[in-house]
Design a protein around this ligand. Sequence first.
Ligand code: HSE
Length: 403
Amino acid sequence: MIKVSVLGYGTVGSGVVEILRENADIITKRTGEEIVVKSVLDLRDFPGDPVQDIIVHDFEEIKNDTEVQIVVETMGGLHPAYEFVKAALESGKSVCTSNKALVAAYGPELLEIAQSHNVNFLFEASVGGGIPIIRPLKISLAPDEILEISGILNGTTNYILTEMTDKGSDFDSVLKEAQEKGYAEKDPTADVEGYDACRKIAILTSLAYGKQLDFEDIYTEGITKITDRDIAYAKEIGAKVKIFGSSKKSGDKVSAMVAPKLITSSHPLYSVDGVFNAILVKGNMVGDVMFYGQGAGKLATASAVVSDIIDEAKHVNVNMKTLWDHEKLALMPLDEVTSKFLVRVKGNRESVQDAVEKAFGKVTPVDAGFDDEFGFVTEEITEGAYAGAAKQVEVINKIRFDA
Ligand code: HSE
């Protein structure tokens, strides 16, 4: 029998307890051992709940409990999650977590501590909720050199962009509706500004290349500037606006970015709508592989956490080495990254087209029916060239075009 402690009885933590109870038979068969929740750490009590008798309020109790072999961190936030996870690993317990902030900030250090104590630190649920992506990247795609990762990594923003596209609603009203339905947080900043997706692509890229990509180094642009007019232009060119966390290998350099992008129906992620997430990975041998599913939600996320518990229960006293060193991954300077851009500038076509072509070179005009502005798509140019050209005209907005 393997005994487990869960830190934090919120949405994901309670989902983990529920899955271990509901699916106990199949989990026992697949693990080869019974997995039992011995204690749950939370500041609150839960009278009437199945865990009411195993709630503890002091982490030291769990740390010093020699029967507990696996600690599940579902508290979220950096502190005290970091201190608790570190102490659990140092006490010889394996840890699994759904906490992307923790993994993005302390991944290599916690993996190193796990290795030196011959235990495991797993984090399948930290990216893509219920979508298996961390284990496939570490194991199934281990034979491949990863050439590219493109992910719709945030359900809230994908929902907002889908509603704006399908119903013509504006950003503010869709966000309000998403908050009312419980999809978006009360403070949606991390989602709509791209910070959530940024941590997720930082984790995936670090695992793909075995080196630390600091999320602070990734150019990150959210969706707050996307308007109904941008959506109208997107429709005019047969495209959808999606926010991507992406990274790409070019020669010996890697570029990474979080930004809204236009994609057309030929793109494999074109049909990923609503709160769903999807990740496209390009390997140099396997080619394109795609992972799709619920990127958030109680049972979906908890299912990924329980997959880690099972893996750890099957690897007691065996460290499954994860290649993710402290050494920093060198990023290609943003100025050198290339893209096509859909650009909207102030002024009608007749008055600004010459200035636009002088600044951007050859462009393809897009008429979305607005006579107070001029929209166009550039050729493939560098970010540096775009920034230089954009200074010469009055840009209303720009969206990168993954065509
Ligand atoms: N706020 C996140 C989302 C939850 O909307 O995708 C999962 O990280």
